[in-house]
Design a protein around this ligand. Sequence first.
Ligand code: E4P
Length: 219
Amino acid sequence: MKFFIDTANLAHIKEAHELGVLDGVTTNPSLMAKEGITGHDNIIAHYKAICEITDGDVSAEVIATTFDEMVAEGEALAALHPQIVVKVPMIKDGVRAIKYFTGKGIRTNCTLVFSAGQALLAAKAGATYVSPFIGRLDDISTDGLTLIEDIRLIYDNYGYTTQILAASARHPMHIINCAKIGSDVVTAPLSAITALLKHPLTDNGLATFLADYAKAAGK
Ligand code: E4P
């Protein structure tokens, strides 16, 4: 399973990259705003800076909501860097735009997906990635992981090559459960990725090994 980091924070992206486990980055307009990145030129420069840190795919989301505008914005984003994947919302014009981009060889990430039917449409339009938002479904008492299972079944039934990118993952159990279900990718904040490292028995065991080593060495 690929690990993407869900942030526009360059320090967090660098830390995940240096850990050696980073396969890509997802951003969205809210994550860019959180880092104070505003204005067209700054946003473009920030995408380029992210592409310099990672070798993986970097999702850059269109702001436009009409077909013609999405095409213009998406083509400009895709031209920025070969690693850029154009993130397109699951709306009618978005599905049309994904189909258009697919025909042009531009890779896409269909975002704001909350149902199996939406994921089926994204795959039929040829999306490179589909982003079901598991955390936001959990937030409204609906099991986000069940959606990942349903999409896995549907895609496997027909051999769709669209990769399932479990988004809105908020904690380590989301990542582990996505891996058990067979999600192709999970995107999560740095805190959820590094939380996978933690186990009290590891910490206790290491402390004991180091203490025993020091005792045996007469320290
Ligand atoms: C990523 O592609 C999504 O935009 C993101 O995972 C949404 O996460 P959130 O629900 O925690 O805002």
